[in-house]
Design a protein around this ligand. Structure first.
Ligand code: SF4
Length: 341
């Protein structure tokens, strides 16, 4: 147990999640998939931190490890509970119940995450009943409050998930995540299953709720455009490691890692500087079962040099801006392209 000293709500240190790979009749372990391979970051109270990377980068496993859906292989996840930083993977049973109230998740696929046999009213009542919060009348009042907070009406409470649109279902998922008044919500690709036309509405809703309820978000997405307008800081992951952490405005204008530059160039923007050369990202991410020596991004990096193949770069603050950390041997010398407004 550690006292909170720097305003952090969450501190992740040296986190590893390696999945064993079994083979043969005896199911012998023949290796490990290194889904997360030693990442460290923190989230301050009231912040929105975007966690971005392609499929297979380890971002979803990170979110799931933080909320205890996965045991971790190594490392520490500290979360502020009752003024103390507690390791979320070393909680007693009663503490887990308290933890569940304070940290919630909004899932990618709202249809899969809502029980199709339950009405919206019962979906929203369930966490209140499980945690024995208030009388039945209080709980029903809270359900009405929750449904209006997410822009739906009480007439939706008697419906079932299949009777709602994708955007409405995700609003219900968000309402359910708010039922227990959590401090931190992990939003795992919250709009990627939705039509483009409703994505902005759901992101606006999340943003408004944050201001209203002083929430803290970890916003997981594969697309930088989704996290752009909401995030205070952005973490970019590649092949199980963090390659860049920066304030949002710095990351978009002056990316410091070649992978971040490539992700930015993939965002369709009218304002994108049309005279600049778009960074094309060739190839695919390396196999997490068989990662290369040196920099994981070497095979796809158009700036790679010999040292990159030999030595894995550490994540370190750059000299020009101490709030930006980058894992690249050339971070202090490359002039990469962001976008101009
Ligand atoms: Fe590219 Fe080398 Fe930097 Fe890796 S360390 S991102 S290969 S320049």
């Amino acid at each position: 147990m550690t006292k909170v000293t720097n305003g952090s709500l969450l501190q992740v240190t040296g986190l590893k999640k390696h999945f064993p790979v079994h083979k043969g009749i005896l199911k012998k372990i023949v290796g490990h998939i290194k889904a997360i391979d030693g990442i460290s970051f923190d989230i301050k109270e009231g912040e929105t931190v975007g966690l971005v990377g392609e499929s297979g980068s380890g971002k979803t496993t990170t979110g799931r490890s933080i909320i205890r859906l996965h045991p971790v292989t190594e490392g520490e996840i500290l979360f502020q509970m009752d003024g103390q930083m507690r390791n979320v993977h070393q909680l007693s049973k009663p503490e887990v119940k308290n933890f569940r109230r304070q940290m919630q998740m909004v899932f990618q696929n709202p249809f899969a995450s809502l029980d199709p046999r339950m009405s919206i009213k019962h979906i929203l009542l369930e966490p209140l009943v499980t945690h024995k919060l208030g009388s039945r009348q209080d709980q029903l009042g809270k359900v009405e409050e929750l449904i209006s907070m997410v822009g739906l009406s009480t007439s939706h409470l008697d419906r079932y998930p299949h009777e709602l649109s994708g955007g409405q279902r995700q609003r219900v998922g968000i309402a359910r995540s708010l039922a227990l008044n959590p401090k931190l919500i992990i939003c795992d690709e919250p709009v990627s299953a939705l039509d483009v036309s409703v994505q902005a509405q759901v992101l606006n809703l999340l943003s408004n709720l944050q201001k209203e309820l002083r929430l803290t978000y970890l916003l997981v997405a594969h697309d930088l455009s989704v996290v752009e307008y909401m995030s205070d800081r952005i973490i970019v992951m590649y092949a199980g490691k963090i390659v860049e952490i920066a304030k949002s405005e710095d990351l978009y204008r002056q990316p410091k890692h070649p992978y971040t530059e490539a992700l930015i160039s993939a965002v369709p923007r009218q304002q994108y500087n049309s005279t600049s050369k778009r960074s094309i990202l060739p190839g695919t991410m390396p196999d997490a079962f068989n990662l290369p020596s040196g920099c994981n991004f070497y095979d796809r990096c158009r700036y790679a040099r010999d040292i990159c193949q030999q030595t894995d770069p550490d994540l370190a603050a750059i000299s020009a801006n101490k709030t930006t950390s980058v894992a690249c041997h050339l971070a202090d010398e490359l002039m990469l392209e962001g976008y101009t407004e």
